[in-house]
Design a protein around this ligand. Structure first.
Ligand SMILES: [Zn+2]
Length: 238
């Protein structure tokens, strides 16, 4: 077996026997990795609580055929402020769930890694109302599945865009409208998020616009993943 070092964000953990755990991580260099952490559940474990979901760790692993084995792990960021706030934990788990669904095992996707790490850092600083929808839309864009936001997807009209249809993949004008109604404010926010104005979008206060964009982004992601997002629907503690 060969030894490698990589950075990763812990997505989830699963008990394995009496004392061990299988840890699923999104790594910078190898995509999604599943690794066994031996003795992690013993009180005097050398890994302690380092390999808990949310932690950004740097680790040394033995590469295995199916599962790797964690040799060393150090916490880079624990995101304690997120862990101590139920609202923010729920949001963080939505990010982790989406990454877990999208990332491929042992297939590097550094942009997805950077995007989730960046989102966790924002969440560590403040509970930005638009963080989750912005993250979902950014990730859809990385996947090449961003909704069309500049012209009507049916006729190409650039004005009077008043609806959004998930199966059509974007916005629709008044004559072609179907799907859900889209307010001018939500369209403007959508364009800001997808067009490089993410930082300003993240200072958007909670309210109907954020709710509208949140529903839109959640549904667009669910259509892309072809499954429901457990953590968004169930809320914290599920
Ligand atoms: Zn149209």
């Amino acid at each position: 077996m060969s030894l490698y070092r990589d950075d990763g964000v812990v997505l989830r953990t699963l008990r394995l026997g009496e004392a061990d755990r299988i840890v699923t991580l999104m790594t910078r260099g190898r995509g999604k990795v599943r690794a066994v952490a031996k003795g992690v559940r013993r009180t005097r474990s050398r890994f302690g609580a380092r390999l808990e979901p949310l932690s950004h760790v740097t680790m040394l692993c033995w590469a295995g055929r199916e599962l790797d084995v964690v040799n060393q792990a150090e916490v880079v960021e624990s995101f304690r402020a997120v862990r101590e706030d139920l609202n923010r934990v729920a949001k963080a788990y939505t990010l982790l769930e989406v990454v877990d669904q999208l990332a491929q095992e042992r297939h590097a996707n550094a942009r997805l890694f950077d995007t989730v790490l960046g989102a966790l850092r924002v969440l560590g600083e403040r509970d930005a109302p638009l963080l989750v929808p912005a993250f979902l839309l950014k990730v859809l864009a990385l996947e090449g599945s961003a909704p069309t936001d500049d012209v009507c997807v049916a006729c190409g009209a650039a004005t009077d865009l008043v609806a959004f249809d998930l199966s059509e993949g974007g916005v629709l004008c008044r004559s072609c409208r179907r799907g859900r109604p889209l307010s001018a404010g939500a369209l403007e926010l959508l364009r800001r998020i997808l067009g490089g104005g993410l930082a300003s979008a993240l200072s958007e206060p909670a309210g109907p616009l954020v709710d509208e964009l949140s529903d839109l982004a959640t549904e667009a992601t669910e259509v892309h993943l072809d499954r429901r997002l457990r953590s968004v629907r169930a809320g914290p503690g599920a």
